[in-house]
Design a protein around this ligand. Structure first.
Ligand SMILES: CC(C)c1ccc(C(=O)O)c(O)c1O
Ligand code: FE2
Length: 282
């Protein structure tokens, strides 16, 4: 079994790196960790980066997870290979670009680009952004799936994810005590459905609602509260139509052995218990 410890980073192709930088720093509230010629490394916590925008095709999107060590990375590569996934071992240059000691890349059954990394770089300086969005860290991602049942089996049987709850066919899956680290959302093809950062308080969610609205950043859902994780949330749209989420107050699953996933109907009240309606374009 492939043991995912945590999310490491997301890499997103950007059609315009300057626009991406402006959004990430002035709207989202990330800190520029490093600005390379064709890439921008952004921080949200004590890591060297948790989001990288690079000059490229916006459809080129990768989600990375941390693995404990090189032995476990080798074992993960062998497992994926045996299951017929094409596995790419990162070259030294590719590792340097990702600020990790080693990684492998492969595609999940939908075709989402996934990387498994060991020893992602930390930064001795604390995360300090120019816009105070109240971000406390990078927390979860949504991935599109073309076959929810097949992909749920991949993430829970080949990898160590556990389903915390389902909304219709959307599986909210954890890899540690936090309610979910990966959400699988039905879609027409691969890609990142949304990128979540946790914020400190309800005030931060509402402050950002006004701040982003004032900047004409499209708000796609919320402010609202998810009945599943209990989190108060706000979704908004960034460059190349990527959706970002802030949330606060995500539940932890205390009884790992005894927890049974709850099934919510696929209806608006399952997504927001306050009555917000999603205006998501896709
Ligand atoms: C609509 C998406 C996939 C969703 C649903 C529920 C939660 C939650 O319980 O926190 C999310 O964070 C979501 O992004
Ligand atoms: Fe989310």
């Amino acid at each position: 079994m492939i043991e995912l410890r945590d999310l490491a980073y997301v890499r997103l192709g950007a059609s315009n790196l300057e626009d991406a930088q402006s959004f990430a720093t002035k709207s989202l509230g990330l800190q520029v960790g490093e600005q390379a010629k064709q890439a921008l490394y952004l921080r949200s916590d004590d890591r060297a980066h948790t989001l990288c925008y690079f000059e490229g095709d916006p459809q080129d999107q990768t989600v990375a997870f941390e693995i404990a060590d090189q032995d476990k990375l080798n074992a993960a590569g062998a497992t994926l290979d045996a299951l017929g996934h094409a596995v790419h071992a990162g070259t030294p240059d590719e590792c340097a670009l990702r600020k990790v000691k080693a990684f492998i890349g492969f595609k999940d059954p939908t075709g989402n680009q996934i990387e498994l990394v060991v020893r992602p770089e930390r930064n001795g300086k604390r995360y300090f952004a120019t816009r105070d969005a109240g971000i406390t860290g990078f927390s979860h991602v949504g991935l599109f799936t073309t076959d929810p049942l097949r992909d749920e089996l991949f993430w829970t049987q080949v990898c160590n994810a556990r389903v915390s709850d389902r909304i219709g066919d959307i599986a909210l899956m954890r890899v540690n005590a936090i309610h979910h680290t990966v959400a699988l959302a039905p879609g027409r093809g691969p890609g990142v459905h949304h990128i979540n950062h946790q914020v400190e308080s309800n005030d931060d969610v509402l402050r950002s609602y006004y701040h982003l609205s004032g900047q004409r950043v499209p708000i796609v859902f919320g402010p609202g509260r998810h009945p599943t994780s209990g989190a108060r949330f706000l979704y908004f749209q960034g460059p190349d139509a990527m959706v970002f989420e802030y949330s606060v107050g995500v539940d932890e699953i205390e009884d790992e052995e005894g927890h049974r996933p709850r099934q919510f109907g696929f209806e608006p009240s399952s997504l927001c218990m306050w009555g917000a309606r999603s205006g998501r374009p896709r």
